[in-house]
Design a protein around this ligand. Sequence first.
Ligand code: ATP
Length: 266
Amino acid sequence: MNARVERSMQVAPLLAVREVSVTFGGIVALNGVSFELHKSQILGLIGPNGAGKTTLFNCLSRLYQPSRGDILLDGDSILTRPAHRIAEIGIGRTFQNVALFAELSVRDNVRVGAHARSRSDIISDSLRLPWARRGEARLNGKVDEILDYLELGDVAEVTVAGLPFGTQKRVELARALAAEPKILLLDEPAGGLNHEEVVSLGALIRKIRDDLGVTVLLVEHHMGLVMSIADHVVALNFGKKLAEGPPAAVQSNPEVIKAYLGSKEP
Ligand code: ATP
């Protein structure tokens, strides 16, 4: 186990999902799901189609309001926060199909992420007040660092729409990291990538965790990616937690195998 994760397991969890339920009309999408995520852990959330992964992800990013239960970040409920404020409390996310500003450059997209945590406001910025200028210089430096770190320096001025999908995914990661999240939520990051791209994405997610100590929760269908990078796996089925534990143990859990066989997924 990663030494940083081992240390963090001895203190209170960073994220606690407590008995969360979500219903849509008569459909119970999540039924009393609980688990914890410790600082610097990489948690993989798996399950066959319709298991409730996206619903849970949407609760964590505040797009859905649970009908029961609570979600605590550093001990405080996130359920009172609107979706547009989650970056401020330290939750960063990427989207399944990439949600960047296609007509803006890579640099400007990452700047948008950095602004989510910047203290400057529109009046100070437009009056070019001294603290706004200092804030701006700091923000530019941070954006440059992140672009270098994710090897996006060469395409910094390129419009996002013209980049390959794999690179766009890296820009999304850069944008999320620019807001300095405590926890990074990744929605099917391997979707649409070829084998080599998935392998390098996995290495990159591990590197981000190892270098920056960022905690990661990923919802992923690509079992190879989950098994190679997650420290802990939570398996859902029909809205309930079916199993959790180290990746190999969850993968060989008979209930999990049965759920996947039943759904005809790999
Ligand atoms: P997949 O892997 O196919 O994306 P999933 O594990 O993400 O599946 P969810 O999308 O969370 O599963 O769906 C859980 C259940 O809730 C399913 O029965 C689904 O049909 C239902 N559901 C999800 N979102 C809605 C919604 N907005 N309105 C009604 N039912 C929904």
